[in-house]
Design a protein. Structure first.
Length: 101
């Protein structure tokens, strides 16, 4: 269906086919209004360089893949917050120690 560029009955509403993570920068910069031609250009583009690229896991639905990516992002955010909190705590401890001497 993608190779035929929608002639096999693809819905004409381009908004439902957009990137769920809003990472189609080229599409947003090139096309002013939603267009299926732009959607097909994006679908055919190689995605390995995209920061949102995630390897396909056989047996998972699209929603399960999306949830897997969301959980990974939450985990990275949690680690970043923990590291920042540890650094800030160490800095505060160092300042308090210096001030009490």
């Amino acid at each position: 269906m993608y190779a035929m560029r929608g002639s096999a009955g693809l819905p004409s509403d381009a908004d439902h086919l957009r990137c769920a993570r809003s990472l189609w920068v080229t599409y947003d910069l090139t096309y002013v209004a939603p267009t299926l031609e732009g959607i097909f250009d994006e679908v055919e583009e190689r995605r390995r360089g995209c920061r949102g690229f995630h390897h396909y896991v056989p047996g998972l639905t699209a929603k399960e893949h999306f949830d897997l990516i969301a959980k990974a992002a939450e985990r990275r955010h949690g680690v970043a917050v923990a590291v920042l909190a540890a650094l800030l705590g160490g800095l505060i401890t160092l300042v308090v120690t210096r001030l009490t001497k």
